[in-house]
Design a binder for this molecule. Structure first.
Ligand code: ADP
Length: 155
């Protein structure tokens, strides 16, 4: 059987406990998960790509099945490049559901061999998102409870 490789695409600006949890829970399902930071020119990012990559590497350093990458363009094109047949996404809210549904269904038309796999967050983590974490940081609050242990946000 070919290796089961998944792409976990996102901005990870910055990584949160929500991202960490989804990835760790999905790990037993796959031989390899590539956490892929999408470089989207329309999106104004807060932390640099290098910084976000560094944190992802730090958080998953003890997980041999996890790789960190960056990409531009369509996620399905990146999947093909990496030989990945799965896209991993988290579903926090009904808004996430509607948005993700459209993307996953359209991806399925363009790339039938790629399956999108959704994982629901555990309830304690479902309210965490990077936008709120950035707002807390911008306004001088303590965002440490929302990001993985060992992440130093003061950069
Ligand atoms: P994007 O801009 O692509 O949504 P994010 O970095 O915000 O990138 O999120 C990447 C993925 O992680 C998305 O599938 C998102 O739903 C998921 N995710 C983010 N926060 C959480 C959370 N608290 N619980 C579960 N999934 C989450």
């Amino acid at each position: 059987m070919s290796k089961r490789i998944a792409i976990f695409p996102g901005s990870f600006d910055p990584i949160t406990k929500g991202h960490e949890s989804i990835l760790l829970r999905a790990l037993p399902l796959f031989d390899e998960i590539i956490v892929a930071i999408g470089k989207n020119s329309n999106k104004q990012n807060y932390f640099s790509i290098e910084q976000r990559k560094k944190w992802l590497k730090q958080v998953f350093s003890k997980e041999p099945k996890v790789r960190i990458a960056t990409y531009t363009g369509l996620t399905i094109h990146f999947c093909k490049k990496m030989n990945a047949n799965y896209i991993l996404r988290g579903l926090r809210t009904s808004a996430d559901f509607e948005f993700e549904k459209a993307i996953a269904q359209n991806n399925k038309i363009m790339a039938p061999e790629i399956e999108t796999i959704f994982i629901l967050p555990v309830s304690e983590l479902s309210a965490i998102n990077s936008t709120i974490v950035r707002d807390i940081i911008r306004n001088g609050g303590n965002a440490a409870p929302f990001v993985p242990a060992g992440i130093n946000l003061k950069v």
